[in-house]
Ligand binder design. Sequence first.
Ligand code: PXL
Length: 281
Amino acid sequence: MHPLAESFPSGPTSPIGPAIPQPIVLSFSGSDPSGGAGLEADLKTFQRHGVYGMSVPTLLTVQNSTGVRRVKTLEPDFFEEQVDFLLQDLFPSVIKIGAIGDRRMLQALIRILSQQRMDGVKVVVDTVLSSTSGASLFDMRGLADFIDRLLPRAFIVTPNVMEFDLLTGKPTTEANAAAHLLAFGRDKPYAIFLKGGHFPGDPIDFLYHRRQVRNFSAPRIDTPHTHGTGCTLASAIAANLALGMEVEDAVIRARAYVREAIRTNPGLGSGRGPLNFNATV
Ligand code: PXL
């Protein structure tokens, strides 16, 4: 047996009887052929958390660990048809949204999420506005609709610092983050998890929820291999919500998973390589 095989999770299926029911999580995101980010990372993360993962791609990328070269947003009509047919058969309790591509795809998403059958579905919005390597994964002409029409449908939103600056229109620092979150979060129905990885020094993350801000700090892990950390974090939160956790617990557990996945990364690729998706949850 391969030495790694012993650490593989056995999963909740039974070898003799029918599978034990699993919560279903659906990802709408871009595809990363390198398997480190996007819907590939989402599905691996769902699997590791013991939830059943499904995905409908919004866009394709030409990508490896050194960066994103090209982005092709898919046809919104085809996307909507895929979602509609899928949901006639398999219905998720949580939807995770990653890269959207452009305004037409955003409109398609908003149409889907405003259907009555979606009322009880929790939506995790990872505000993927550009990749860390600089390629655009969202046409910023759609930003106003993203903020005014998509975000109000979210249960939790997970911007990094650059994305939060774009959402609020002002620069956020560790010193003013709590105040900016309280101001931006005012009257909003959703929670915001501000990822502090781009702050200098040891990062501090902030969680805004129910008019309160809580922060989490930990020593920075010194590695270039952080490809897809945002996607993985949002997917872990989505999985934890599907498993029935409250927002704070879902975030705390997701954060611990991502830290461990960064710490034990497999060191693949010549650029920013992927995380260890098999990390202990
Ligand atoms: O990590 C942001 C992200 C999301 N989705 C896709 C990506 C990336 C970053 O490269 O490629 C498809």
